[in-house]
Design a protein around this ligand. Structure first.
Ligand SMILES: [Ca+2]
Ligand SMILES: [Ca+2]
Length: 110
């Protein structure tokens, strides 16, 4: 039984570490910068609109998924429009709180 718990704890730590690494690599993406020019503006909105309407345009699909649901669709277009219009919407993933990733883990089963 104890062994199982230790394995589970190790797995949890591993998953936490992997997710932390993924969050760091994801942070280099500028969400909303659909056309990859470093700015988020109406050009990105227009490009995304074309993409959703099946035009043959190139977009950064990771950056275009501004609500991070794994799909690029009208929801992202709406969110991007709100962002460009100055609405209080989030198009970036939450920054990981590095201080808490390892300190929160307390092993209480001995
Ligand atoms: Ca852009
Ligand atoms: Ca999406």
């Amino acid at each position: 039984m104890k062994k199982t718990l230790i394995v589970l704890a190790a797995l949890c730590l591993l998953i936490t570490a992997v997710m932390g690494a993924m969050a760091v690599s994801a942070a280099s993406v500028v969400y909303g910068d659909v056309n990859d020019d470093g700015k988020i503006n109406n050009k990105d909105y227009g490009r995304l609109q074309q993409y959703i309407n099946d035009w043959e345009v190139t977009i950064n699909e990771v950056a275009a998924d501004v609500n991070q649901d794994g799909k690029v669709n009208n929801k992202d277009l709406g969110r991007l429009q709100q962002y460009i219009n100055g609405w209080d919407v989030t198009i970036q993933p939450e920054e990981p709180d590095d201080d808490n990733i390892y300190n929160d883990t307390e092993l209480e089963w001995d």
